[in-house]
Design a protein around this ligand. Structure first.
Ligand code: UD1
Length: 423
């Protein structure tokens, strides 16, 4: 649980860690490589720890090095089973499906369960693997995929809410070790997908077009060991920028991947937040004259759905009517009810939230429902008058490293106290 004393403008310099969403599929992909892989800039997060545990449970040797990098050797992996116990803790565990199938011709991966941000099927992953020739069935809660030889194919990964990020990664790695050429249409264009392709290409894959909606992959016989540094976390950078804005602070964010943040910077601009950028620094300057805005979370290069909750917290503090629509996860609004407990005026209408900004949020005990919702509640608490109590911050620890320490170094007053049982 966090105790947060609101009302302190953030000031100073803060450093962004490596990207969670780039790290997870890359870590999973090491299962398809029979050599040593060294990964730099992997953030120390709960989700990364869960993925490490999953790799080890499958038989990979995982070593944390003194310089913070991770060395993985999956040479001796013999199993291709990802258990329910680990998969249920983190949906991104499904990223091991493509690598295991590609290398071993068979994979048995627990079907991920429900999720707090809405319905999250994996039909596109399965459809893509089936298009490459895999035989897919469900057996006692597990996806069983078989195909001793996969073949390149033309496939389209567009779902009802746009492309799939981890689905694109799963198909890319399976196709990287298939026979012949694969063309993925409606591929996700996220920077994390681009980093995944860079990693695989460095390991010997032949992938072109990552970052566009058409990705072409020429299959190779095997992938080799490699060293790779993951990109910085654009969502952490955006969260810190919004933290600076909501407290009317003045913060320099170092290691911010500003070329990946165009939509976030456009949203900050629309709201009237002054900032300066260099390729790896974002400086947010104080302003108390902010404007309401209409924002839409869309697939990349649109505004990330992973920033939607944080922007909702910010817009709750700006007088006037704002609206946020989420086309990627249309039901991802559980944080709204908690923000209302802090005095925000928010109504949900379908896949949109209509926000009437208030001049001052007030502290309250609130409960985090998922990773980005937790971040939004922390930001709201920084701006609120009084002491807020935020429960279930274990959600936050899944995706932010030392978040309260970073904010405290900027002048926030956040204290972590025992969260009690995870119920
Ligand atoms: C990834 C990110 C997550 C982010 C999300 C959207 C990782 C580890 N996680 O999740 O932080 O919020 O992208 O940017 O990178 N869908 C289907 N069928 C499928 C797969 C997805 O209908 O087979 C739908 C989803 O329900 C959702 C949309 O497509 O509405 C996008 O989901 P997707 O891109 O797959 O999200 P993840 O890759 O799970």
């Amino acid at each position: 649980m966090f105790w947060v004393e609101g009302g302190h403008p953030l000031q100073g310099t803060v450093h962004v860690d490596g990207s969670k969403n780039a790290s997870l599929p890359i870590l999973a992909a090491t299962l398809a490589i029979a050599g040593e892989v060294t990964l730099e800039q992997i953030p120390q997060l709960q989700d990364v720890a869960t993925m490490r545990q999953l790799l080890q449970s499958i038989g990979a040797a995982v070593e944390l090095l003194d310089d913070g990098s991770i060395r993985i050797n999956a040479h001796d992996v013999r199993s291709s089973v990802a258990s329910y116990e680990l998969v249920r803790q983190m949906r991104a565990s499904v990223c091991v499906l493509g690598p295991l199938l590609a290398r071993f011709g068979t994979a048995r991966v627990s079907l991920p369960g429900g999720c707090n941000i809405g319905h999250r099927p994996i039909d596109l992953h399965l459809r893509g693997l089936a298009a490459l020739g895999a035989d897919i069935r469900l057996e006692a809660g597990y996806i069983v995929a078989e195909g001793s030889q996969l073949y390149g194919a033309e496939l389209d990964l567009c779902g009802p809410h746009g492309p799939t990020v981890t689905g694109t990664c799963n198909i890319m790695i399976a196709a990287a070790l298939a026979k012949g050429r694969t063309r993925i249409r409606s591929a996700a264009k996220e920077p994390e997908v681009q980093d995944f392709a860079r990693f695989l290409n460095a390991a010997g894959a032949q992938i072109s077009g990552a970052g566009t909606s058409i990705v072409e992959i020429d299959g190779v016989d095997h992938l080799r060991g490699v060293r790779h540094a993951v990109i910085p976390d654009r969502i952490e950078a955006a969260t810190l920028a919004i933290a600076a804005a909501i407290t009317h602070g003045d913060v320099t964010i170092k290691n911010a991947p500003t070329t990946h943040l165009t939509s976030v910077l456009n949203a900050l601009d629309l709201i009237g937040i002054p900032f300066e950028v260099t390729p790896d620094t974002l400086h947010i300057r104080a302003s108390s004259r902010l404007r309401p805005a209409r924002l839409t979370a869309d697939p990349y290069p649109g505004l990330p759905t992973d920033c939607q909750a944080q922007f909702m917290a910010l817009l709750s503090t700006i007088p006037g009517e704002s609206r946020i629509t989420d086309t990627v996860f249309p039901e991802r609004f559980r944080h709204a009810a908690e923000l209302v407990r802090m005095g925000a005026d928010i109504r949900i209408q379908g896949n949109s939230a209509v926000i009437h900004g208030v001049t001052q949020l007030s502290a309250a005990p609130v409960m985090a429902s998922d990773l980005r919702a937790s971040a939004a509640l922390v930001l709201a608490a920084l701006a609120a008058e009084g002491h807020s109590e935020i429960r279930r911050v274990y959600h936050l620890d899944r995706g932010y490293h030392a978040f309260e320490q970073k904010l405290n170094q900027l002048g926030a007053r956040i204290q972590r106290v025992n969260d009690g049982p995870k119920i």
